[in-house]
Design a protein around this ligand. Sequence first.
Ligand code: URA
Length: 445
Amino acid sequence: MRAVDIIRKKRDGGCLAPEEISSLIRGYSAGAVPDYQMASFLMAVYNNGMRDDETMALTQAMLNSGARLDLSGITGIKIDKHSTGGVGDKTSIILAPLMAAMGLKVPMIAGRGLGHTGGTIDKLASIPGFSTEASPEDIRERLKTVGCSISRQNGAIAPADKKIYALRDATATVESIPLIAASIMSKKLAESLDALLLDVKTGSGALIKDIQGARKLARLMVDIGNSAGVKTAAVITDMDAPLGRAVGNSLEVKECVSALKGKAAPDLMEVTLVLAAWALHLADSVSEEVPVRTMAGPVVAGYKNEVFDYLEHADAFKKFAEFVDAQGGDPESVFKLSMLPAAKEIKTIESPWEGYIKKLDAFAVGHAAALLGGGRDRMEDEIDLSAGILINKKPGDKVAKGELLATLHTNDTSRLKEAGEVYLSGIEITERDLPARKLVLDVVV
Ligand code: URA
């Protein structure tokens, strides 16, 4: 099978057979298909989409490009949570130790931040000594002793995805539903999970901006997971505004520590509790061998109360300290957050307006944080782990003229002015008090 014929078929809107997809991915992994051919295939998929069976075949081919974690000797329910990415989206760092404190086993493989979105791996890199490199043996050991592990994708797990993701980044083909679904699910299926919880973000700061697209992506990933024998559910959450108050790597880790003690911004706490409640429900559905259901209000509330106990009684925070220690992080840093990188320059942004914050555009905030040094344009770029933004006024808050809207943190003052302007451009003000923002928009099981 020639790569050029497969590309032509997709370019002309045709449907590819599983063998055509696997031959292309095998060829690319082996170096026989060059980047320029894969890039044009990705653009053909971006433009013409894929049928669900094609996306499933692509996921399978990418999964088969590497090894699977062997977790057969690990007792307990193996579960992971994965987000499609956003601004201030730090819940993985709270959820992994929280789920471990609740007795679940979490072999999380996470990504680095790109463009306006942050990445769990960069956030954790701001903890002194913390290592996100892990061999399968390291992951198994941490699951036995701590209950959770967060590591970066290495060459062993879905290597085709690693290579393709870097190419998508350079060829403007990231925001494609079949490509996102295959990328995420090939990595997650390699983790040998019993259950998987997906947080599909939608809004200005997400990869998929509209709710219809988010539902489609969620449905596709849930179907791929379930058909591979992994109990999968997706919660669709808002990413029109940043989550929590911190945006930027070390600032976000500090906010995670507050959340692990049960005290953080209401939107961050709510999304964390809902996701953790869903993780417990999925785990129950595995151990009790019952179908996953859309949970009614009182059931969700019951699970959320249970989760909150783990935060309030510091079990989750203690587990976080164990997790940091197990991954080489300085154990003292968890108690002494001043050991995390801090920016030299802090600039305040005061409100030029009076009223209520109607909109705080997640994309603009993410872009401003990237200008301060907290984000990367290309996969290989270095970032400043201390750079970012602390948000003082969130959507729905009342603000007076001259009141503090946010503080900008950076070591590079050259783009401070521009970052401030971008931040302000993301704000809309209204005279009227607004109803509370809906954070959980849908659930797909
Ligand atoms: N996260 C991934 O791992 N892959 C994507 O394509 C998008 C988000």
